[in-house]
Design a protein around this ligand. Structure first.
Ligand SMILES: [Zn+2]
Length: 386
């Protein structure tokens, strides 16, 4: 009897020790997982901060490019204007040159005529009133011829002088126009230089922007990985603490996959269009997620509050979550609703069970994303798990 009691006590002791050890190992595992989750969350926060910084820098770079483009356009417009001015001045200069040439020729011709006339007079001897008198038939003719001759010489002289004056004026105008043209050319050359500098700056900025875009993409990829890791650890924590394990799937984007079961997939896509050939209007306000059985957990795709929980016509048992900023999600055909109206929910919280209530032929989740009440393609917010 004493031996039996001893043995029972020993067994109990061993059992208690074992339980303590198991309990302790679970506790250690939980602490470990919590620590892991904190670490990953910390890294996730850091990456998010980095992403914000990169996005800000990218915005600045893009604004700078826009500014440079505007400036370049301004300079190019000015260059075209200067080009027009230069060619207009060139026309005036050419015109002046032509006129100068004509005046020059005119002057030469006149001078020649005058010279010839003077030579003739010289050949004929010194032109005196006597010569003219003798060659004149009458006194009247003499007077008229004599004065006429003198008048002609004087007139020619005046005319040549006038042409010379005009020619000089034209030369001055030409010089002035050429000076103007030279000045504009200098301004134009400076503007061209500035345009080149700006264009080079723009090229550098574009390179910087593309570098930032690449950095943004890489950060977003890293963030997706960290988020996946956080959800994975969360699942492990739930498992370790004896809670129901929800295989929550984060596949990038703002929302998580609303069905917590691996292997579920889209069986009907979002469609808002008329078939180009048949003319039949396809209309599907959300995506259908199939390969999910009755009772599969449906989870909140994003944080928010429950703005509808109950029967809703063809949707059957339906939950609508308002996420703020005009964004809401709708979950239809549920077997059971596991949340209540006005309840605050976190991303990944259990809200419904997959069913086939309402207008449905088999168990699936009908999932909608609405912006200000209008449906949009849910794949803009959530990716299908691969
Ligand atoms: Zn549907």
């Amino acid at each position: 009897m004493k031996e039996t009691l001893k043995r029972i006590l020993l067994i109990i002791s061993i059992l208690m020790l074992c339980m303590m050890l198991i309990d302790k190992s679970i506790a250690i595992n939980m602490v470990d997982l919590d620590k892991q989750k904190k670490e990953v969350s910390e890294r996730l926060n850091q990456k998010n901060k980095q992403l914000e910084y990169v996005k800000e820098e990218l915005t600045t770079a893009l604004l700078e490019i826009q500014k440079l483009e505007d400036e370049i356009l301004q300079y190019e417009t000015n260059l075209t204007k200067y080009e027009a001015q230069i060619s207009k001045l060139q026309k005036s200069i050419d015109n002046a040159i032509d006129k100068i040439e004509i005046a020059q020729e005119d002057c030469e011709t006149r001078e020649e005529i005058l010279r010839d006339r003077l030579v003739e007079m010289y050949k004929a001897g010194d032109v005196t009133y006597l010569d003219v008198l003798l060659s004149s038939k009458s006194l009247t003719e003499f007077i008229s011829s004599y004065f006429l001759m003198r008048q002609i010489v004087e007139y020619d002289n005046l005319y040549i002088e006038q042409i010379e004056r005009e020619k000089n004026e034209l030369e001055e105008t030409k010089t002035k126009l050429e000076k103007q043209q030279k000045e504009i050319r200098t301004v134009k050359a400076k503007k061209e230089q500035t345009t080149t500098i700006l264009t080079n700056k723009k090229i550098l900025q574009k390179a910087q922007a593309s570098k930032l875009t690449k950095a943004e993409k890489e950060l977003q990829k890293e963030i997706t990985e960290y988020k996946k890791e956080v959800y994975r650890i969360q699942g492990l924590i739930a498992q370790a603490s004896g809670e129901e394990f929800l295989p929550i799937q984060y596949t990038g984007g703002n929302m998580i996959w609303p069905v917590a079961k691996e292997g579920t997939a889209i069986t009907s896509y979002y469609e808002q269009r008329e078939h180009p050939i048949s003319g039949i209007v396809h209309y599907h306000s959300g995506i259908d997620i199939g390969n999910a059985y009755f009772g599969t957990p449906v989870v909140a795709a994003m944080d928010g509050y429950v703005s509808y929980a109950g029967w809703l016509g063809g949707y059957g048992n339906c939950v609508i979550i308002n996420h703020g900023d005009g964004v809401s999600t709708l979950y239809g055909h549920g077997q059971a609703i596991l949340t209540t109206l006005h309840k605050q929910v976190k991303q990944g919280d259990l809200i419904m069970e997959v069913g086939s209530t309402g207008n449905s032929t088999g168990p699936h989740l009908h999932f909608e994303v609405r912006i200000n009440g209008y449906t949009v393609n849910p794949l803009l917010y959530v990716n299908e798990p691969t």
